[in-house]
Design a protein. Structure first.
Length: 215
């Protein structure tokens, strides 16, 4: 049925919540704020780093400095891989799926950080270099469908034959906007608080990465 699978990164391919949260909290504390719970920051991920930082400062009740984004990215670049790991069995799942069809990555994370993480975790080989689209490239960030449509066009498949796998409402909206199928990863930290009443009968749900192999 599917001829292309496109993966979100944070909360879908990799569990990066702790590193993101610790980076945001390091910046908050440097600006005189108190750290936020890891779970709280995890729910802020998905719309790009600038939105994450703004949400964290608002939640902490701290004024957002004009250089907050640059400072956050500098901090996060030093701890991209302190705790971040692929989700359980993800490498094996990518091996199996990649033998059947092309795979791609669509994330709002900056491209350089995305490539560094995929390479360090041994996941980069599952994706053609040009099949990895970050949030600071030529396309608008999700939920704008341009990046996803580009990956679908690049693979030479119709939108109906493409599946986006993600964990957040942003991913769900991106698939809707691009007229592709969507598979929501309930194991991802972005799924908490997802508006379940928005799901349609055709939307897929998985509880582990290995569930993708049975779709």
């Amino acid at each position: 049925m599917y001829r292309l699978i496109v993966f979100d990164l944070d909360g879908t391919l990799i569990d990066s919540r702790r590193d993101i949260a610790e980076s945001a909290n390091a910046l908050l504390e440097a600006c005189g704020g108190r750290p936020l719970p890891e779970e709280t920051i995890g729910r802020m991920v998905g719309d790009g780093a600038a939105t994450l930082v703004a949400r964290a400062f608002a939640a902490a009740g701290v004024e957002l400095p004009p250089d907050a984004l640059d400072r956050f990215l500098a901090i996060y670049d030093t701890r991209l891989l302190k705790h971040t790991q692929p989700y359980l069995q993800m490498p094996e799942v990518l091996d199996a799926l990649g033998a059947r069809m092309p795979l791609a990555v669509l994330t709002n994370k900056p491209l350089a950080a995305t490539r560094a993480i995929l390479s360090a975790l041994g996941l980069a080989g599952h994706f053609d270099r040009d099949a990895v689209v970050g949030g600071d490239g030529p396309f608008p960030r999700k939920p704008d469908p341009a990046g996803l449509r580009h990956l679908v066009s690049r693979a030479g498949v119709p939108a109906a034959a493409a599946l986006l796998v993600g964990d957040s409402f942003v991913d769900w909206k991106t698939a809707r906007n691009a007229s592709t199928s969507i598979c929501m990863a309930r194991y991802g930290f972005g799924f908490e608080g997802f508006p379940l009443d928005e799901l349609s009968p055709s939307d897929l749900l998985i509880d582990t990465p290995a569930d993708l192999l049975t779709l």
